[in-house]
Ligand binder design. Sequence first.
Ligand code: SF4
Length: 331
Amino acid sequence: MADPWFDTSPTAAWHDATPVRVGISSCLLGESVRWDGGHKRNDFACDALGRYVEWVPTCPEVGAGMPVPRDTLRLERRGDETRVFATRTGRDHTTSLRRFAAAEARRLLDSGLSGFLFKARSPSCGVFRVKVWNEAGQPEAAGRGIFAEAVIARDPGLPVEEEGRLHDAALRERFVERVFATHRLHSLFRGRASRGRIVAFHAAHKLQLMAHHQTRMRALGALVAQAKQMRPSELRERYVKGFSAALARPATRRSHTNVLQHIQGYFRKRLPDGDRRELGECIDRYHQGFVPLVVPLTLLRHHVRREGIDYLAGQVYLEPHPAELMLRNHV
Ligand code: SF4
């Protein structure tokens, strides 16, 4: 069976030899740039995912001119605004950090990133529930780091995650799936994407889209069907937006079960009774939470290969990211 992700044939609609580039807070790669002169090396990023992506590191605090080691920073609410101050000296770093953050976000995103992995809880890099001190001097877990904010504002569709949340198997799988999908999408539109290539891309991603958002999958199908009546730039803009929004919605055990049963339908007249029963039971066991997603998928891939069903063999859903990461062994 063709491996949808590593398919290097020139016929693959999204084939592109460029590496999957992902931004990352430098300290997660083991760079000693933290306020205390240390780092926060993340093993999954360095040892596992790092084999398949090219990390693009940046430390916004060092980039904005702060030394290592340095005073810690904290976000403070001042009226309608959130500003960033040195905790000990009270020095206001808001202007320099914001200026660097905006320029760096532009530089990195213009260079072509497919995602960003941020350091959690940082007043510069944190994405979710970063502490902000209110005017009464009380911390509230309600903010976002200055740099993370700049990156997300520049590309709201970019897959972003914090390193701490990658301990959650479902969030980890979801982030990596979106990173690889974004890379394929960028590859499709790098240079001139013909309408034929867009149609092929959409066909190969149909089941993946179905697992995330059926309504958007259908809307994208309708968009692709009208491709001839649209300017290429309009088609590109609408397809990229719709595709990213579809994958941003998490796939659930129920929606995966729906896709697995959809695939099962292709074997109704092809498999002997015993094999069909085994497949149905396997999907049921996944649906009930007794086995992870990799179990029914492995069985389906086996039947797809044996029966030589080209449409299914070309579905990215069957292998949306490198199998060696074993991300679907835990969801
Ligand atoms: S600013 Fe970001 S990259 Fe730099 S040390 Fe803090 S969390 Fe790490």
